[in-house]
Write a protein that binds this ligand. Sequence first.
Ligand SMILES: CC(C)(COP(=O)(O)OP(=O)(O)OC[C@H]1O[C@@H](n2cnc3c(N)ncnc32)[C@H](O)[C@@H]1OP(=O)(O)O)[C@@H](O)C(=O)NCCC(=O)NCCS
Length: 162
Amino acid sequence: MQIRKASAGEMLSLWEYDDLSKASNTAKYFYQNIESGNAVFWTMEHDGKLIGELYVFRDIPFDRDFADGKTTAYLCAFRIEKEYRGRGLGTRLMETVLADLKAAGFRRVTIGVGPEEELNVRLYHRMGFTEKIKDCHADPCAMDADMNPAPDDCFWLLAKNL
Ligand SMILES: CC(C)(COP(=O)(O)OP(=O)(O)OC[C@H]1O[C@@H](n2cnc3c(N)ncnc32)[C@H](O)[C@@H]1OP(=O)(O)O)[C@@H](O)C(=O)NCCC(=O)NCCS
């Protein structure tokens, strides 16, 4: 099991797009931010297959409570492939990413979770995301047809100090 940073092209393949022109606006947004260095795609690889993903956005100009490019970074699209869940791999991936952010000078990280996602709320609490910043109604990394943050069901923005 190897944890590493992956490329924008690997993200596109994992999301099952052959090329950028056919990708959703959200995939394009992730791709462009990884390419520009504002986002990092962290993955977990097993037997040549990407089985985990966690994305870091250093700056979210739409709402700096999420990330301000200097001290606070935003984590999103955290996923471990189904058959590998519940074995501590998500925790390992998260710990690696948090250590990297701390070494890069970030002092705070945020993550979003739906209040009804009880398992994820408990998991994030265990991982130290114990501060609730606010209720949110738009996902800053999911783009609508005009490349603006898409309206979303209410979710909580949680934070953890590094
Ligand atoms: C959230 C997720 C990345 C955690 O990865 P993981 O490798 O299963 O995590 P770990 O094994 O380190 O820890 C297991 C924890 O995840 C929780 N969890 C949440 N959903 C789970 C699922 N579908 N299967 C197993 N565990 C799950 C468990 O309750 C456990 O928390 P606990 O220790 O408080 O009981 C993974 O479960 C997942 O991909 N879920 C679906 C996508 C998702 O909901 N992502 C988060 C919101 S974007």
